[in-house]
Design a protein around this ligand. Structure first.
Ligand code: GCU
Length: 412
């Protein structure tokens, strides 16, 4: 028991999130109901982006490009003949201050329904498991000498599924295809490792022209940028709906999925599950994981400036509701669990409330719920909370797809 109590995430898992907004509201974003769309897009958005880059994520590249080194069709007969699996080998180039650098090669695996008489939305997924775990086909490449393995049905894999849910490593691809969507999988550690030392080295190598060490980009920003590099490739393919590039991620990749949408308007919608600190949850007056805890455990995820705000978050002139506001008017799904207090569902809810001003500028409502548990999949900001803890469990994907259907069925 003392071990349990000593462990922050576990201790917080024993508590439950309050279902009513509980705590101070998010500070207003730099806009009012009378701000015009033009002012919002030309003046307010760039300022909000810069504040978040400076104080939280570090700066994204000034310019970027993506190179296709190879493309292969692994099979045209996957999932009972319903879909094809294609694999790209890519590199991406980031430019800071006139100096550019290119990533190691990385893969993008696409599962696409064979029946695409009309262009289909594509759920773009990042995971801490390599692509061959996400898309289970023997033809999918395994990462070379790199990283975490979620392989097999051994003991560790069973423990992982038991603790973090049946869909933690592998999404229900048949279910996604049945709803008429494609899936595109990336393993972001291939281009920026999710390890403190190696990750920082990768980030440094890719941001050579960025002189300010305090605001150099962190891995969350770089992974978010990785989603955009996938769109560079997929938008050239007529089989995909141009409004249907949906970023999806759980936890750390729930954070990168939000960053991608906030900085790239080609992202059509976001499914961000349990993104927590540095994602949808406010930094000020927060419960769960503190800025100090996240930046100490994961020094490569954010800018050093964010770490410097630990214990003095009140001094920040921005907060995470600005990240959500930047996504307006596009739909956002925020997934949460009642006992996942480490991810602070209440702070995410108050952030969503704070982002409404931006949706209102576009004559949209944003969040329609008054409480955390009145899920409305058709809302611009759909807030979902289920019982249980941190993970991707049986009820989660049906909820994600309900949100997708509510926003994409009529235009498919
Ligand atoms: C840790 C971390 C969280 C993160 C999570 C995950 O728990 O503290 O911020 O979201 O890992 O990615 O699973």
């Amino acid at each position: 028991m003392s071990i349990l109590i000593a462990c922050g995430p576990t201790k917080l898992t024993i508590s439950r999130a309050n279902l009513k907004p509980n705590g101070l509201a998010a500070n207003p974003v730099l806009a009012t109901d009378s701000t015009t769309i033009q002012d919002w897009e030309e003046k307010v958005r760039p300022q909000l982006q810069e504040d978040l880059e400076r104080q939280v994520f570090g700066f994204l590249p000034d310019a970027s490009s993506t190179q296709i080194l190879d493309k292969t069709t692994i099979t045209e007969n996957a999932y009972g003949g319903q879909a094809s699996i294609e694999e790209y080998t890519l590199t991406a180039t980031a430019e800071f201050n006139g100096t550019s650098a290119t990533t190691r090669p990385f893969k993008l695996v696409v599962v696409i329904p064979n029946d695409t008489t009309t262009p289909v939305p594509v759920i773009m997924l990042q995971s801490f498991c390599p692509n061959h775990n996400t898309v289970q086909h023997p033809g999918v490449s395994k990462p070379v000498g790199n990283g975490f393995s979620c392989d097999g049905d051994g003991f560790m894999s069973k423990v992982m599924n038991y603790v973090f849910g049946r869909y933690i490593a592998t999404p229900p691809t048949e279910m996604i295809l049945e709803h008429g969507y494609a899936l595109a999988a990336m393993y972001p550690s291939e281009f920026v490792a999710d390890r403190s030392e190696r990750g920082l080295a990768d980030l440094l190598a890719l941001s050579k022209g960025h002189e300010d060490g305090e605001t150099r980009w962190g891995a969350i920003a770089a992974w978010g940028w990785g989603f955009s590099r996938a769109i560079d490739v997929l938008e050239q393919d007529e089989r995909f709906n141009k409004d249907g590039f949906v970023t999806y991620g759980h936890s750390r990749y729930g954070k990168s999925a939000l960053v991608a949408a906030a900085f790239d308007t080609r992202v059509g919608a976001v499914i961000s599950h349990q993104s927590g600190t540095g994602g949808a949850s406010l930094n000020k007056y927060k419960k769960g994981e503190s800025v100090g805890e996240i930046t100490k455990t994961f020094p490569h995820w954010f800018s050093q400036t964010y770490a410097n705000y630990a214990g003095r978050e009140q001094d920040m002139t921005t907060d995470q509701h600005a990240l959500l506001a930047l996504i307006a008017p596009r739909p956002i799904f925020l997934g949460n669990a009642r006992r996942d207090v480490w991810s602070d569902p209440n702070g995410a809810f108050r952030a969503a409330q704070g982002a409404n001003t931006a949706y209102n500028i576009y004559n949209k409502q944003g969040l329609t719920q008054a409480k955390l548990n009145n899920y409305n999949p058709a809302a611009d900001i759909a807030f979902w909370i289920r019982p249980g803890t941190h993970g991707v469990v049986k009820e989660d994907w049906p909820a994600f797809l309900e949100f997708m259907d509510a926003h994409y069925k009529e235009i498919k």
